[in-house]
Write a protein that binds this ligand. Structure first.
Ligand code: GLA
Length: 376
């Protein structure tokens, strides 16, 4: 299975945690279609941890919790497929999941067969309770091979939190995406940590296997499982979404999309931002001023299919700052005789610049432009 662009969808963990159930999943699937998410590209509906019974059955198979999922996983998958969506589920490379449900360690081929028989299209594979005597790479390769031989195309979402230098081998063992960070929480500190961590991490991202920055918290407004009292502000949600898009990271919404405000719905449906995320060339973004991380707004450039570039200016400081993006630093010296026609992807405003962009950026805010070369 060749993944050409970063996967998009929804995952239950950020909002619902242990309290996931069939009604929530069905309602979310309905909302994905009715509110325009599917049309915008969000296609996977993924159930995270806590969907199964605490023990396998007498055959050794995983069993969906009948109180949470009374119709069973096959029926739920059928429902999701009937809406034109794809169905994702969760397991763990360890002996138990992070919440203590049975993991797939030493049951990989059996579990992959079962998932395929249910109609699963996506497997998130976690790393809790992993035996000390076992080898992480081998464990992820084993599940990748089990999925590839299950008789069904199943996207393999590896989640060892970026440990053991995951970015250097996850592609090789068969993952389609790999988490490069610890769990996100719905607050600025968490988001800033994830952004800073990417400075040394951009280059792993490419078609076939994408660098996963974790599920989005956009629109959570402090509610739910990873919600925080000091939750993100609207500006911080914009920064989060813009950063995930600029990086070409998988876009898995984590909010309760059935009960989300319109500002965040519009943000998640911003087609210009999604277009950057889904750019066909899948090139990683480059940071122009990595050493200035604590001081000036960070400046990023990403080469896009067809000749445009994306320029991102991100202010991680707690105060307003001026961003100074000098085009010769991007590879466009004055002598090139070129100017950039910049479209601000939040406001839609267009500006023509010959040498630089100098603009104030509010605390924790960002600007993201698509830029077209024009003769100066
Ligand atoms: C780990 C993962 C999370 C989530 C939980 C579920 O912490 O990193 O994304 O899947 O487990 O228990």
């Amino acid at each position: 299975m060749i993944l050409k662009t970063p996967p998009m969808g929804w995952n239950s963990w950020n909002t619902f945690g242990q309290n996931i159930n069939e009604k929530i999943v069905r309602d979310t699937a309905d909302a994905m279609v009715e509110l325009g998410y599917l049309q915008a590209g969000y296609e996977y509906v993924v159930i995270d941890d806590c969907w199964s019974m605490r023990e396998r059955n007498e055959n050794g198979d995983l069993v969906a919790d009948p109180e949470k999922f009374p119709s069973g996983m096959k029926a739920l998958a059928d429902y999701i497929h009937s809406k034109g969506l794809k169905f994702g589920i969760y397991s763990c490379a360890g002996v138990r999941t992070c919440e203590g449900h049975p993991g797939s360690y030493a049951h990989e081929y059996r579990d992959a067969r079962l998932f395929a028989s249910w109609g699963v299209d996506f497997l998130k594979y976690d790393f809790c309770n992993f035996p000390r005597s076992a080898d992480c790479k081998t464990a992820y390769r084993t599940m990748a091979l089990a999925l590839r031989n299950s008789g069904r195309d199943i996207l393999f979402s590896a989640c060892n939190w970026g440990t053991k230098e995951a970015s250097s081998w996850m592609r090789g063992v068969g993952a389609h995406m790999y988490r490069s960070c610890w769990d996100i929480h719905d607050c600025w500190e968490s988001m800033k940590n994830i952004i800073n961590l990417q400075m040394s991490n951009f280059n792993g991202n490419a078609a076939g296997c994408f660098n996963d920055l974790d599920m989005l918290t956009v629109g959570m407004l402090g509610r739910g499982n990873v919600g925080e009292e000091n939750c993100c502000t609207q500006i911080e949600y914009e920064t989060q979404f813009a950063f995930w898009c600029l990086c070409g990271a998988p876009l898995l919404m984590g909010s309760d999309i059935c009960n989300m405000d319109s500002a965040n719905r519009e943000l998640l449906l911003n087609s210009e931002l999604i277009k950057i995320n889904q750019d066909a060339e899948c090139r990683p973004a480059c940071v122009i001023n990595p050493t200035r991380v604590e001081f000036d707004p960070l400046i990023f450039v990403r080469l896009l299919d067809g000749g445009d570039i994306a320029i991102g200016l991100f202010n991680l400081n707690d105060a307003k700052k001026k961003a100074e993006c000098i085009f010769s630093d991007l590879g466009i010296p004055y002598s090139a005789g070129k100017a950039l026609l910049l479209t601000d992807l939040f406001s839609g405003e267009e500006i023509l610049r010959r040498e630089d962009i100098r603009t104030d950026i509010e605390a924790h805010g960002c600007k993201l432009y698509r830029a077209r070369f024009v003769d100066a």
